[in-house]
Write a protein that binds this ligand. Structure first.
Ligand code: GLG
Length: 829
């Protein structure tokens, strides 16, 4: 469709090679070209970081080719698209992932080595993009990789925070938070779209006006901010498809507060305008609850409004009738964070496109689907009515209208059961009136899902029981998954090569079910040898990291026992530390002969605590004081070491996970919606020590109870145990280790008092005491298995072989087929 410029277009095509070439000379030329002209360093003098930048730009050029082709292909085919709305994407590093997905890693590595550079060394130069907190955010990143790989027409939308998740620095064992200004050194993976901008409105008033004789609402905003698009191409593996992750940044708008420019204080006016940028400046560091903060609400609406405008613009490019909207658009709400999109789409349909309520509502009910990642009622987002009404007056009206219609319908169905009506209403009455974002999302979505089977059961029987009774058909479950491209191919190249060798194919990288083929060799001596070698290589890498970081030398013969994840009471890092103290105490009290029988362990703990979460911060400190004592005790030597790995993030995870022998997932049953860390460990042949919670229950089905170390109360027993309260007996061993902390065995007894109070007597909400014996038994079973090398290796192979179900490819396919109703749209090569 070049129209009149056909002549020039042909000339342009003639001037360009069709695609960039990937032979060593072309790659080297490209890299040097970028050194000279993009990085602006002399090609005779540039360091590793500059080489990384030039490399990244050469890769990016190739990425852009495919991205363009995909966007053109999607435009031509005009398939139904899914728009994945998420306030968090935890991408980590991109380089290795991208070259592997593009299938040009080895070519680049060869080209670089001829220039005297090592690909791996350059890859280490890249900083992490930490635009998210934990599991929810990394899940979004994994799902983008799967959407691209499976050729689905998808667009991700989120926020381009200037500061990602804080950097965790440990000073004297205490966590300190430092800002993560990740953009300081530039970001070669994003493409700034200065012309793709949308105005986003806030505050102001709503008035009634007449248009063509019809009454309509007009929102006159009090503030206007510009949303600028930054595109991040996401390549699929084994396909040309490269989809878009569009992140929005806030910029002052031309129309923002024009008055002040005319009336005087120019400097103040400019400063005021800069305030607009604060909307996309910082990621909130709490990963489970958000109290009604205005800036947070502004962030939510900002990214939702820009995304919705973008979606309408794309739709209207090729369609006239809004009745076709649900045939072209599926909107996925990743938790309630983007749920204002419901009110926003309604507002646009009603106030700007002038559809009737009936027609607009019909569209809403067909396009939205909602995933919740939360287990507890306290985790559900609520927004004070006053706050919402002030910031988004028209949206509050619309939410009230939705609620009015819903409650009227509900009365017809269930009668005047006021308790139930009150529970189900979107508006929560009370001292502070709130909007319940989860109720809004459930009412307006055609599909609601939890992230594991157990989680969905809890949704149906507890959290959303009233809604389930009303609309059982809406409720589904989609067990989470992670991408094997990142978590095996990128992070564990030796294991990747080994798997391909034994399966005789690399096809498992796209078709994870093939992994099951490893079962045939679970007892094969040759595979056992090679499998152990791979683990050793990864343990060496991890041990070197530990030494470089903390100066601590650890023995490679020890079991590397890892618990890395956000620090939370329910995740029970404290149980792990108490177990370690118990182990230490036992070794101290043994004679020499018995010590010989002890299985040596390196216990590794890592994770960030939310800055305002005092108890979590105390757990980090406790870990450090216990480590200090154990690691310096000559009686203990290599029998036990404890290390805290600071600033746990995606790239640290890529190194820690492959090096782990055992990993711990200790949440009190019924509290972890799914858990995705365990899936990454499993894929890397690491054995799990875990409670029957979240997706672990499904892992037991795939891998078998005998190949894992399960312990603790089951979800249905937890409630009964809590009811027992003061009559609940805790083992002596438990009281003894808590006493050691209280008595100042590790120092800081006053500081740890509140921590100890939280786990003794009736306050032990997360049941550390009740589960302690069972935990120690599971640990003993792990020790016993570890000394039997053959058995351990077999269990390890079977863990990886059974991990296929936990690929995000499977999850995404389920969403595509059962929730979004979209088809693959593969770009021709
Ligand atoms: C949540 C849950 C995790 C879950 C993850 C992804 O706590 O159990 O695996 O989302 O669904 N807030 C989270 O990270």
């Amino acid at each position: 469709d070049f129209g009149e410029r056909k002549g020039q277009a042909e000339r342009m095509l003639g001037l360009m090679d069709v695609f960039l070439k990937n032979d060593p000379i072309s790659l080297q030329k490209d890299i040097l070209h970028h050194v000279e002209y993009t990085v602006a360093r002399s090609r005779f003098s540039f360091d590793d970081f500059e080489a990384y930048q030039a490399l990244a730009h050469s890769v990016r050029d190739r990425l852009i080719e495919r991205w363009h082709d995909t966007l053109i292909h999607f435009k031509k085919e005009d398939p139904k698209r899914v728009y994945f709305l998420s306030l968090e994407f935890l991408m980590g590093r991109s380089l290795s992932n991208i070259v592997i997905n593009l299938g040009i890693r080895d070519q680049f590595a060869d080209a670089l080595s001829q220039l005297g550079f090592d690909f791996e060394v350059l890859a280490e130069q890249e900083g992490d993009a930490c635009l998210g907190n934990g599991g929810l955010a990394r899940l979004s990143a994994c799902q983008m990789d799967s959407l691209a790989t499976l050729d689905y027409p998808a667009v991700g939308y989120g926020l381009r925070y200037q500061y990602g998740l804080f950097r965790q620095v440990i000073v004297d064992g205490f966590q300190h938070e430092q800002p993560d200004y990740w953009l300081n050194f530039g970001n070669p993976w994003e493409i700034e779209r200065v012309h793709i901008t949308y105005p986003v409105k806030f505050y102001g008033t709503v008035t009634d006006e007449f248009l063509n004789g019809e009454k309509c609402k007009v929102w006159v905003p009090g503030e206007m901010v510009e949303a600028v698009a930054y595109d991040n191409p996401i390549p699929g593996y084994g396909t040309r498809n490269t989809i878009n992750l569009r992140l929005w940044a806030a910029k002052p708008s031309d129309q923002h507060d024009m008055e002040s420019f005319n009336t005087g204080d120019y400097v103040d006016a400019v400063v005021n305008r800069q305030r607009a940028e604060s909307i996309s400046s910082i990621l909130y560091p709490d990963d489970r609850s958000y109290q009604g903060k205005e800036l947070r609400l502004k962030q939510q609406y900002f990214f939702v409004s820009a995304s919705v405008q973008d979606i309408f613009r794309r739709f209207k490019d090729t369609h006239k009738k809004f009745d076709e909207f649900p045939e072209k658009v599926a909107l996925q709400l990743n938790d309630t964070h983007p749920s204002l999109a419901i009110a926003e789409v309604l507002r646009v349909l009603l106030d700007e496109e002038h559809l009737s309520w009936h027609r607009a509502w019909d569209i809403i009910c067909k396009i939205f689907s909602f995933t919740t990642h939360t287990v507890s009622p306290e985790g559900l987002e609520k927004i004070p009515v006053d706050l919402l009404g002030n910031l988004l007056p028209r949206h509050l009206q619309i939410i009230y209208d939705i609620n009015f219609n819903f409650v009227e319908e509900l009365k017809k169905m269930i009668g005047l059961d006021y308790d139930r009506l009150t529970r189900m209403s979107i508006v929560e009455e009370g001292a502070v009136k709130n909007i319940r974002m989860a109720n809004l999302s459930v009412i307006c979505s055609h599909s609601v899902n939890g992230v594991s089977r157990l989680h969905s059961e809890l949704l149906r029987t507890k959290l959303f029981k009233d809604f389930y009774d009303l609309w059982p058909h809406k409720f589904q479950y989609k067990t989470n998954g992670v991408t094997q491209r990142r978590w095996i191919v990128v992070s564990n190249p030796s294991l990747c090569a080994l798997i391909s060798k034994w399966l005789g194919t690399e096809a498992w990288i796209r078709d994870i079910d093939l992994l099951i083929g490893l079962r045939d060799y679970a007892t094969n001596a040759e595979l056992h040898q090679e499998w152990k070698m791979v683990k050793k290589v990864n343990k060496i890498r991890l041990a070197e990291y530990i030494e470089a970081m903390s100066g601590l030398k650890v023995s490679l013969d020890a079991m590397f026992d890892v618990q890395t994840k956000r620090i939370h009471e329910y995740k029970r890092q404290l149980l792990n530390i108490l177990g370690i103290i118990h182990r230490y105490d036992c070794i101290k009290n043994m004679d020499k002969n018995d010590r010989k029988k002890v299985v040596p362990r390196v216990c590794i703990i890592g994770g960030k605590a939310a800055p305002g979460y005092e108890i979590a911060k105390k757990i980090i400190k406790l870990c450090h004081v216990v480590a200090e004592r154990i690691n310096n005790d000559n009686d203990i030597g290599d029998l036990l070491k404890l290390v805290f790995i600071p600033d746990y993030n995606v790239s640290v995870a890529e190194m820690v996970i492959p090096g782990a022998d055992l990993s711990q997932h200790l949440s009190t049953a019924g509290h972890e919606a799914s858990g995705t860390g365990s899936m990454k460990f499993l894929m890397n042949g690491c054995l799990l020590l875990a409670t029957a919670d979240g997706s672990t229950i499904e892992m037991v089905e795939e891998i078998g109870q005998d190949n894992m170390f399960l312990f603790g109360a089951k979800a249905h027993e937890v409630v009964a145990l809590r009811k027992k309260g003061p009559t609940l007996k805790v083992p002596l061993q438990f009281s003894r280790v808590v006493r050691m902390i209280r008595d100042g065995h590790f120092g800081f007894e006053d500081y740890f008092k509140s921590l100890c109070d939280k786990i003794e007597g009736t306050s032990d909400y997360f049941l550390l005491g009740a589960d302690f014996m069972s935990y120690l038994e599971a640990q003993a079973a792990a020790d016993k298995a570890f000394v039997d090398e053959e058995r351990w290796t077999k269990m390890s192979i079977l863990s990886a072989a059974g991990s296929g179900r936990f690929s995000s490819d499977r999850t995404i396919q389920e969403y595509a087929e059962n929730t979004w109703d979209i088809q693959p749209c593969r770009c021709p090569f």
